[in-house]
Write a protein that binds this ligand. Structure first.
Ligand SMILES: [Fe+2]
Length: 249
């Protein structure tokens, strides 16, 4: 039997329909990636665009931060809250310039910050970024001494590491409502700043070194209203000074 023009057209369309999804899949880099080996990353290289932003893997198991933060808290915080921000972002940016090739969470945050009509996109992009950064700001058996270069900079800006920790604790406990406490690099100096809700120092031109999440979802299951107890335990036992040192520019 011979092939009619219509049959050839149908075969071509069918072949394209089968091939295109595979071609699209092959081009994806699947969202948030980590360029540096060893689980650390520069604060400005967290994200890569793909057909969808991805939830980055936790850098440790859900029970690795116990007894300071329980597996139950991490399970909800990472599996529900962080995942929710990533899922919401993917829905919000579908078909917009924010889902185009080369787009990153950092670019979305910078381009949508302070724009009322883009608030939902900013909030979900920033919370996706903040949480990816936060998980790496913690490490099992953390605390203790910062690496030498960071310690020197901390002492130049705060006097002592203890004074830096106290300022971080004060910022984290005095943040009214939901938000974040950050150690940042601002020019030559290191500073402690706090931000509300999803806000991030990145949109203010500062380089984040580490973050402490003080939304209630970060501690309420374990500490209820005792935010200060949670924050002090995090600073003494979990804070990842090596990650902060790796983020110095
Ligand atoms: Fe959070």
């Amino acid at each position: 039997m011979g092939y009619s023009i219509n049959n050839i057209k149908k075969t071509a369309v069918l072949s394209l329909a089968i091939l295109l999804p595979w071609l699209a899949y092959a081009e994806q880099s699947h969202g948030v990636t980590d360029e540096k080996e060893g689980g650390t990353m520069k604060s400005d290289t967290i994200t890569r665009n793909a057909a969808a932003y991805a939830l980055p893997p936790l850098p440790y198991t859900e029970n690795a931060l116990e007894p300071v933060i329980s597996a139950k808290t991490i399970g909800f915080h990472y599996g529900k809250h962080h995942k929710g921000y990533v899922d919401n972002l993917n829905k919000l940016v579908e078909g917009t310039v924010f889902s185009g090739p080369g787009m990153t969470l950092e670019k979305i945050m910078t381009e949508t910050a302070g724009k009322a009509d883009k608030a939902a996109i900013f909030n979900n992009a920033a919370q996706a970024w903040n949480h990816a950064f936060y998980w790496k700001s913690l490490v099992p058996n953390g605390g203790s001494e910062p690496p030498a270069e960071l310690k020197k900079k901390i002492e130049a800006s705060f006097g002592t590491v203890e004074a830096c920790k106290k300022e971080l604790a004060d910022a984290a406990t005095s943040q009214f409502g939901s938000g974040w406490a950050w150690l940042v690099q601002d020019g030559a100096a290191l500073k402690v700043v706090k931000t509300s809700n999803a806000d991030t120092p990145i949109t203010k031109g500062m380089n984040p070194l580490l973050a402490i999440d003080v939304w209630e979802h970060a501690y309420y299951l374990d500490y209820q209203n005792r935010r200060a107890d949670h924050v002090n335990s995090v600073l003494d036992k979990l804070i990842n000074w090596k990650f902060a040192a790796d983020n110095l520019k």
